[in-house]
Ligand binder design. Sequence first.
Ligand SMILES: *[C@@H]1O[C@H](CO)[C@@H](O)[C@H](O)[C@H]1NC(C)=O
Ligand SMILES: *[C@@H]1O[C@H](CO)[C@@H](O)[C@H](O)[C@H]1NC(C)=O
Ligand SMILES: *[C@@H]1O[C@H](CO)[C@@H](O)[C@H](O)[C@H]1NC(C)=O
Length: 238
Amino acid sequence: LAVIINICLVRLAYRCVLFLPDAVQSPDTQVGCVFGGSCVLPCHFQPNSDTILHWVRMKGNNDQVHSYYDELDQLGHQDPLYKGRTSLFHDQISGGNASLRLARVNLQDQGRYLCYASTSEYNQETFVTLIVRAAVSRVDIVLVNNTVTCKSGGIFPRPQLTWSVSPHPATVLQNTTEVHEDDQGLYDISGVLTTVYSDTESTYCCSVQNEDCARKARMRLHRKSLNIRMAAEVRSKE
Ligand SMILES: *[C@@H]1O[C@H](CO)[C@@H](O)[C@H](O)[C@H]1NC(C)=O
Ligand SMILES: *[C@@H]1O[C@H](CO)[C@@H](O)[C@H](O)[C@H]1NC(C)=O
Ligand SMILES: *[C@@H]1O[C@H](CO)[C@@H](O)[C@H](O)[C@H]1NC(C)=O
């Protein structure tokens, strides 16, 4: 019974504070997290006794991501989507560090989070916006008959594919691009380009890029010797 009362009090306290006009507010912090990796959502509070921490996902029912009070993690009401993926830096809570470590980041984690910290002295709300990224990790290019196919996958946000050919052909080359979303919400992209016959050496360069990263694959083709050389290069964008 004692435990149940405790949880109810804490939940009540949290609800009330959400509507308190004088709660200390600061602008959202944006955090970019790599898909599949671990990420720290920063939160700092003024330490004092009776620390209560709630990390809440600001979406739908404002689900509980991680809670801490009575000097323990309190995960009885944790949203199952976050099960086994959250942790606090326990040894640093007494110093005012309420940052949350989130493991195995996926696309559903994107969005706004509330860090609510309450002590005997003061209540604080800070918001963190989590953005997920999956960089272009590799680009494959192959020649089959007279078409060049270029492929990449596991990318977020949505990528684009562009071709460049040198020497520059006299006409626009027939080419198509397809983008698919996989079951995790990441994008696969493939492009097919019909080559032109020529006696000169041609270079086909395929570039896949999104907001964060561009990666190129290049194929050099000499019709007479059927000599194919490939190269890849990466460029990160800031
Ligand atoms: C909290 O501690 C972690 C682990 O040492 C550190 O990475 C993070 O920057 C700290 N955050 C704040 C807000 O102090
Ligand atoms: C390539 O061309 C050959 C000969 O025309 C044909 O038999 C083969 O199916 C083609 N391969 C592909 C993948 O289109
Ligand atoms: C690929 O197709 C697009 C659309 O038709 C065209 O604008 C572009 O120039 C083509 N690329 C090449 C290398 O010809």
